[in-house]
Write a protein that binds this ligand. Sequence first.
Ligand code: GLU
Length: 301
Amino acid sequence: MTATAAYRGRFAPSPTGPLHFGSLVTALGSYLEARSRGGEWLVRIDDIDPAREQPGAADAILHTLARLGLEPDGPVVYQSRRLDAHHAAIAELVEHGRAFACSCTRKMVLRQGRPGPNGVIYPGTCRNGLPPGHEARTWRARGEGTVRFRDGLQGPVQWDLAETTGDFLIRRADGWPAYHLAAAVDDIASGITHVVRGHDLLACTPPQIRIMQYLGAEPPAYAHLPLAVNADGRKLSKQNLAAPLDDDAPGAALLAALAFLRQEPPGELAGAPPAELLAWAVAHWDASLLQGVTAAASPVG
Ligand code: GLU
């Protein structure tokens, strides 16, 4: 790994279960985009939510990635080992007036907030200080201003944060850093230049860019891949029990993921080992085939 790469991408699974087809699509898409541009590719385990974590899942994910031939260019980053950096960033945001302590419970926010496109928008109760006699439970960043970026696959995106997201959590009531904060801080620290991930996370990009701007960092470029959905149109996820990948058939899994990503390896490659499939895929990767595609049916459940 070089200190400053022209292109450094990453795959950042949460260890809530084994790798499934949907997460393979994200892993492979981010890997091919990086490698086809001569870039580096890293893996980060987003293990900051012990209640949702499944014991052994992180190792199982890393084992499956190795079987698929998706080898990162540097040591795996574990977010749970970066809590000092997360908490330092939270303190910096508070010090600069970009974040505030909040005493509201989730129930209060749900009751008093107004509906927004990404869920209930925080009603602003504590943004000018905690009500007298109340104690801080969580911390929130100010969801202000308009964030604009050009998504590498979905085109121009423009979000008014107050209207779409509101003041968002950066530290949860259990004391752990919230996803937006940890992802933004760790993408900066790892020198990530390009984030390629599933379309379900498009709504997460404006708040993450805002955190980076608040911290004085240059945000990476973003591209959101089509989401693999099941027959009901729902995202494949560990929650709806998407089937884990078969570690003994990595070539078949790669071929299915390539087809999902609209890449068409020649028939002779059926049965080829992962290294050969990946070499073909890196050489022929054409992300333009995915322009504007937000979701597609998964070939597996
Ligand atoms: N850990 C997140 C997830 O599995 C993705 C993080 C990211 O790509 O920013 O949904």
